[in-house]
Design a protein around this ligand. Sequence first.
Ligand SMILES: [Zn+2]
Ligand SMILES: [Zn+2]
Length: 106
Amino acid sequence: MTSKRIEGLWDCSYCGQKGVRARFDRCPGCGSARRADTMFYLPSDTEAAALSEEEAAKTSAGPDWLCDFCGSLNRSDAAFCKGCGSAKEEAVHDYATLHGSGYGMN
Ligand SMILES: [Zn+2]
Ligand SMILES: [Zn+2]
């Protein structure tokens, strides 16, 4: 296995367009927003789909983060939770407060 990032694909459930790249939040065919429950899949030709370093830098830079307040999964480049609007820093800080070594020292 290589460490190359592979861009996932998704199919538009509205117009049936297949193989829309994961970077697009909307279908280039009909303009419909990607549904929240859209399933991604890997292209059969992963070599062709591998992102260049430049492309990879444009996509999310790290793992998704889980909002501690509402439990929404957010993209790593999202500064605020899409579910409740909490700032990412707040959520991360709270996570450390709740689960860090300081717990129970009261
Ligand atoms: Zn479409
Ligand atoms: Zn949230």
